[in-house]
Design a protein. Structure first.
Length: 255
């Protein structure tokens, strides 16, 4: 099916250009095409069709922004959610299937793939996806659904064992998480994303992971302190939720 990939992407772009196409249809087709792209063995060969697939998402993004600028806030938010759902579907489609054998002898050099998607030509795709999230978060800062879907884009890469276009570097994930004010009422999916990130990287000792976890620790402490201030009755000496003294120390964390 990879030989017909160009035709699939072309048809998908034609599909998304039609008015009133069901969002669920676009989401599922995008995910299916992404799965075909993932099956291409060479990382370099994945880039062009993935960019073409994301161009259809860009079209929907522009429509969303136009609706917002014209004052159609509710319709614009629905369109923005549709954009993010398609990106989540693409990210999940790009995940390596569980039945694919791992390269245990290291002959395929995953570090090269990491360099390609994070520091090489493929980095532009990650930066573009992050820019889409940033724009939608800026236009819809009070949308719980936009926050939740944005978190889902990052979480899609947490289970991956090899580098890929949606396996974002630790510092990018932490930058996204810690941008949220601890007083934000839409913090639940963000905290859940932070927990998933820690769980996925708990056994890794790379310097970038350790630095990211340190940055996350400071944010978590601020969140806990904010919650204590918001609910002082749970922070009395006799309360089971009382936390006298420092809540967390960096030296006590296991990386």
């Amino acid at each position: 099916m990879t030989q017909e990939l160009g035709a699939f992407v072309q048809q998908y772009n034609a599909l998304t250009s039609r008015p009133n196409v069901d969002g669920l249809v676009k989401e599922r087709v995008a995910g299916a095409i992404a799965a075909i792209i993932q099956a291409i063995p060479e990382q370099e060969a994945k880039e062009a069709p993935l960019i073409s697939l994301l161009q259809a998402v860009d079209t929907d993004l522009q429509r969303c922004l136009e609706l917002a600028s014209n004052g159609n806030a509710e319709e614009a938010e629905v369109a923005g959610q549709e954009v993010l759902r398609c990106i989540v579907a693409i990210a999940k489609g790009m995940q390596v299937p569980a039945d694919v054998p791992l390269d245990i002898d290291g002959s395929k050099q995953p570090q090269q793939d990491d360099n390609y998607w994070i520091r090489g030509p493929g980095a532009a795709i990650q930066q573009h996806v992050r820019s889409i999230i940033d724009r939608l978060m800026g236009v819809f800062p009070r949308s719980s659904e936009v926050v939740d879907l944005s978190c889902s884009v990052f979480r899609a890469g947490f289970t991956e064992l090899v580098p890929g276009p949606f396996v974002f570097p630790p510092e990018a994930v932490i930058e996204f998480i810690t941008r949220f004010d601890p007083r934000n009422s839409r913090l639940v999916p963000v905290i859940s994303t932070a927990c998933c990130f820690v769980s996925a990287h708990s056994t890794k000792n790379e310097a970038d992971v350790i630095n990211a976890l340190k940055g996350l620790t400071g944010w978590v402490i601020t969140v806990l302190q904010t919650l204590q201030g918001a609910f002082p009755r749970y922070n009395t000496p006799n309360s089971p939720f009382a936390t006298p003294g420092p809540i967390i120390t960096l030296s006590s964390l296991r990386y």
